[in-house]
Design a protein around this ligand. Structure first.
Ligand SMILES: [Zn+2]
Length: 69
């Protein structure tokens, strides 16, 4: 099904596809919340699935959540 992600691939994806950076150093699966640093300097947590598939690539201040899903 999904391609296998590693923490280094995720870090690369984050740096190439957003203005945020990845702070987490371990990845244990899609349900894990990862720690990111937004371009504004705030840290935020999100699963990689949301970051990638739902385009939630900034903190809640820069990109307020639309719905509670
Ligand atoms: Zn921000």
């Amino acid at each position: 099904m999904n391609k296998r992600w590693t923490i280094s691939k995720i870090k690369e994806y984050v740096e190439n596809n957003s203005e945020s950076t990845l702070l987490s150093t371990e990845y244990h699966g899609f349900s894990q919340r990862l720690l990111f640093k937004c371009a504004c300097g705030s840290n935020f947590e999100k699963t990689f699935t949301r970051f990638k598939n739902k385009n939630q690539r900034k903190c809640d201040v820069c990109q307020p959540p639309k719905e509670s899903n």
